[in-house]
Write a protein that binds this ligand. Sequence first.
Ligand code: FAD
Length: 419
Amino acid sequence: MEAEDVRREVRAWLEANWNPDLSLVEWRNKLADSGWGAPTWPERWHGRALPVALGDVVSEEIERIGAVGPPTGSGMTLVAPTLLEHGSDELKGRLLRPILTGEHTWCQLFSEPGSGSDLAGLTTRAELDSGTDEYVVNGQKLWSTSAHHAMFGMLLARTNWDVPKHRGITYFALEMHQPGVVVRPLRQMNGYASFNEVFLNGARVHRLNVIGEVGNGWTVALATLAHERRMFDAIQARGRSPKGKGRAIDENRAEIADLMEPYKWYPQRAGRVDLVMERAKATGKIKDPVIRQEIAKLLIMSKAAEWTARRARAAQEQGKPQGPEGSLGKLVSSNVARQAARVHTYITGADALLTGEDSPMNGVIAEILVSVPATSIAGGTDEIQRNIISERVLKMPKEHSVDTNKPFKDVPRNIAASS
Ligand SMILES: Cc1cc2nc3c(=O)[nH]c(=O)nc-3n(C[C@H](O)[C@H](O)[C@H](O)COP(=O)(O)OP(=O)(O)OC[C@H]3O[C@@H](n4cnc5c(N)ncnc54)[C@H](O)[C@@H]3O)c2cc1C
């Protein structure tokens, strides 16, 4: 199918069907029935099996007519692709549609106090309760963005301690609203509370909620992580509701306000390169040759990163295998954010530390300074990205590992060392 055929067909459908007076769920159910809500998903699962580039044409038309589109967030961007790749038909049948209608929201329960970079070393345990079809889960998760809103969690837990660490992990769809799950918000240094610690104390999950095979959770987790970067792009691109009036639009506005609340500071975390020229001109610092050089360096880095990302996307749309751009992009975004924070500090001077109404840009500059460090941690730290680039792209020798081949129960861990 050509782009113009898709455009014509979706446009005609939207003109005949978009009705802002429906409830959000009623409208999204219509989208799901038509296949236009998730055009890149298979036809059997509410989609039209279109390639990514044609999916973008559908989004453009939804935006053009001012209709509400599918939800943005980890359900659509992380969970759905993982389910489509690894989930059983029973799970796809049960979980995909409420993700598409926005009725189910999700969070990611991967990181733990002792396992972030070394995610495969996680120690949350899930044990099958004998005589039942349920696993009992005990452990603690950390940094869990949006866990305070979520109805389901993508949970990684250890189900086998007698095999090496990567082979004993299982991936579950965990219901969050149950007595064994306690979610506590964590306050960050920029004042927001986007993430949580999640205590799992006798939480229960049915064996039908295993995504992939028991013990194969690491492979499934890699599928989720491969989509993580696209999630931030999607949130930035689609985290706004259409203008206009109507029940579906109002409910979408409320949904987006909830969804975006943990991500409010994400533009500041990326360094706000967009503000640099405006600030340099407004403060007169544009005339300072040293600051001008730093600005030029920032804009060159930022443009090169943007074009590299576009090249990667163009290759992906043509069905070419992923090149080194994916691994480089994450590291480059940290460098851009850090340089942007430096340039904002040169421009604003000591006042960059001020917050409150009479501070530079109502405290936005200060917020940049205390949010940028998250860029080099979230979704894999800079050091881990460098390891990936050196091992997988440059084919340098692998980092020495002492724990990948022995049964996980025999691997020394901090808890054992301190007791
Ligand atoms: C904004 C944000 C949102 C997040 N959202 C989520 C979420 O929703 N769900 C979730 O599960 N997690 C989430 N995380 C957690 C994130 O994935 C982890 O913080 C990250 O993987 C790093 O793990 P850690 O914090 O345990 O640091 P550690 O792994 O303890 O690392 C500490 C330091 O040691 C370095 N280091 C570790 N191993 C190596 C190595 N092999 N070689 C060289 N250096 C090394 C690291 O680079 C780092 O500097 C989020 C984090 C942030 C900042």
